[in-house]
Design a binder for this molecule. Structure first.
Ligand code: TYD
Length: 397
């Protein structure tokens, strides 16, 4: 029942920043074909052939959730809110990264699951951490070891990364207490379609969920979606609240509204995805042509934020170091490296944002507000941003 509607071409792993661009390094660079499909039965949007997670979530995983102040505050807020609403005794996070969410709770009541060993090493010092992939086997192991179920399972930007949904939800269903709650945060499909933000598709985002698909998926595993919140993180995300089928929570009016909204935007129809695909194709042509035109006029173009999202954009639109002089990024770990597939040098914004720059492509468009405040001098001196979200445009304010 899976129908391919979008082909984003040959892509590298979104976070596989290269140490150098010597011939040998480039020869070993891993690529795969990024095709996106729609399931006409449960309305799930996914990558047709996901990459093996063992290639992605290694002991060199670069993303540290605590590095962004916005994310630190957001996780602190949600931790407080969830504790107040559900009063959980035992809490588990799937994909705990560097502990940015869990450290807001009593350390004795939490369990962290994080397969990237470099990250798990950080939280092992703070609380019980399992440096393993989440699956049914681990769920059984935890039940055996701890002899008690979990009242709150939290997972932000992780469930969408796990190819095997069957294992994921079977494991969750097994360990969740009678009135326990599963809270999932992931990018919103409706927002992707509205923003034309096709760059939400990269190897790690195996799925982009909607409330329609989430409702159908969890149902298969004896679970029930009962509430939803819309968030601004990652350019528009949803926070899904799930309980056991016979859990005490009533379906919220927010959820009914969200489901209705998605139906009115025809998220359950394949035609909407074919239309989206056409818009994406047009966006590619427009972005490439705009940059070519500016280059012909001898303008200097850079990119702002070495995001995973921009890996998709650069490789799909065939944008490389002939067009973009360099990418700036505040993350030390990325500075001095090269972007995956497009091989553009990444440098610090302290050096890279200066008066020689005419245009900066907004790789981190989800932080546009923050960036425009930070870079008001760049704008004042005539610098311009280029974005592709929701349309290819030059921005001066
Ligand atoms: P993120 O939002 O996590 O996007 P993705 O999931 O697509 O990688 O990454 C934002 C990146 O942008 C991160 O590497 C930090 C960088 N950044 C800057 O360089 N300057 C800024 O002002 C902001 C807000 C982000």
């Amino acid at each position: 029942m899976n129908k391919v509607f979008l082909n984003l071409g040959r892509q590298p792993l979104a976070n596989s920043f290269l140490k150098d661009i010597k011939e040998k390094t480039l020869r070993n660079e891993f690529f795969y074909n990024l095709k996106i499909c729609f399931n006409t039965k449960n309305y799930l949007v996914s990558i047709k052939r996901p990459v093996n997670p063992k290639k992605q979530y290694t002991d060199k995983y670069a993303h540290r959730a605590s590095e962004s102040k916005t994310m630190r505050l957001a996780f602190k807020d949600v931790a407080k809110k969830l504790f107040k609403r559900f009063r959980p005794k035992r809490i588990m996070e799937i994909g705990s990264n560097d502990g940015v969410f869990l450290k807001n709770f009593n350390k004795k009541s939490v369990i962290a699951v994080e397969p990237c060993k470099n990250l798990a090493r950080i939280t092992k010092k703070l609380f019980k951490t399992y440096d393993e992939f989440w699956n049914l086997r681990l769920s059984n192991k935890l039940l055996k070891e701890k002899k008690s179920e979990i009242d709150l399972i939290f997972s932000a930007n992780t469930i969408s990364h796990i190819p095997n949904l069957e294992e994921t939800f079977k494991g969750i269903s097994k360990i969740l207490s009678k009135n326990g709650v599963l809270v999932i945060e992931d990018p919103s499909l409706l927002k992707v379609l509205k923003n034309n933000s096709y760059d939400q598709f990269y190897d790690e985002h195996v799925y982009v969920f909607s409330s329609l698909s989430m409702k159908n998926i969890v149902k298969k595993f004896g679970l029930r979606l009962f509430d939803i919140e819309h968030l601004s993180t990652h350019g528009g995300s949803n926070r899904y609240y799930v309980c056991k089928e016979d859990g005490k929570y009533k379906s919220s009016s927010r959820l009914k509204k969200a489901l209705k909204d998605e139906i009115s935007h025809k998220l359950h129809k394949i035609e909407s995805y074919f239309k989206f695909s056409k818009r994406v194709n047009l966006s590619r042509k427009k972005l490439f042509n705009l940059m070519k035109r500016l280059k012909k006029k001898k303008k200097k173009i850079i990119s702002y934020g070495a995001t995973y999202k921009s890996t998709t954009v650069f490789n799909y639109c065939k944008i490389n170091s002939k067009i973009i002089d360099y990418v700036t990024d505040t993350t030390f770990n990325k500075q001095g490296k090269f972007t995956p597939g497009s091989h553009i040098k990444i440098i610090s914004p302290k050096i890279g944002i200066n008066k020689t720059v005419d245009f900066a492509f907004l790789g981190a468009w989800n932080f546009k507000k923050e960036i425009f405040i930070k870079e008001k001098n760049f704008l004042k001196k005539g610098g311009r941003f280029i974005t592709h979200v929701p349309k290819v445009t030059i921005l001066s304010k």
